[in-house]
Design a protein around this ligand. Sequence first.
Ligand SMILES: [Zn+2]
Length: 274
Amino acid sequence: MKLVQNFLTKNDCYKSGRKITVKGLMLHSVGCSQPNASVFVKNWNRSGLEACVHGFIDGNTGTVYQTLPWNHRGWHAGGAANNTHIGVEMCEPACIKYTGGATFTCSDTATAKAVAKRTYEAAVELFASLCKQYNLDPMKDGVIISHKEGCVRGVASNHGDPEHLWNQLGTGYTMNGFRKAVQAAMKGGGVTTTPSTGNAATGGTGATVKPYLVRVTVSDLYIRKGPGTNYGKNGFIAPGVYTIVAESAGAGATKWGKLKSGAGWISLDYAKTV
Ligand SMILES: [Zn+2]
């Protein structure tokens, strides 16, 4: 999975700066024929918009664009789920045409299905990684829900996504199947997704992020050979500024960061973003 951080710093939701305790994940689909996540990232980075989500999954590449810090309160559900759930949008095929409400026609079913498959598989990987990071059980009632299910539960507005897309394209995807796929992906099996670029890290090597700088001020922080205190030590890191190129969940820290130098991983709990 390739993840690019591109926070919507000009969006009023970002500026309001409220945090949540993450209790679940809500899956959305954008509801318009636009496969390019970068278009949303660009258009939503402004004030005066009453919507903001945590991420968009690109329909052509499967790349995840993270647009809010995960524990930021988003404006994605139109209901109480904003207080508890991370919201992620899957982009939709260019070859569909909405004819009213959630109904659409499709000029190229094969291409549309390929886009739906790509975003579905990337969403499975992303949700598996977030479940690990926030210690969530994907099969527990109400943890992973679609916008549509959120509406039925009374915690989201009256939308039908993303099931409306899956059903009309005849993909066979369901939210129950999605939750099972997330559970399987957490165990390290069940999902095979080809990285969209050669440098995308997968599995135990964490998710590639846009490189950023952190400052380490303590002198007793270990470098680990992998993302977790269960990995071997590689000496102490000297206080200073370092570049982080990948992130991962792992034992003993809220989040682990991979050092650009290749020396290993450090707990980001002891590093401040510069
Ligand atoms: Zn939605």
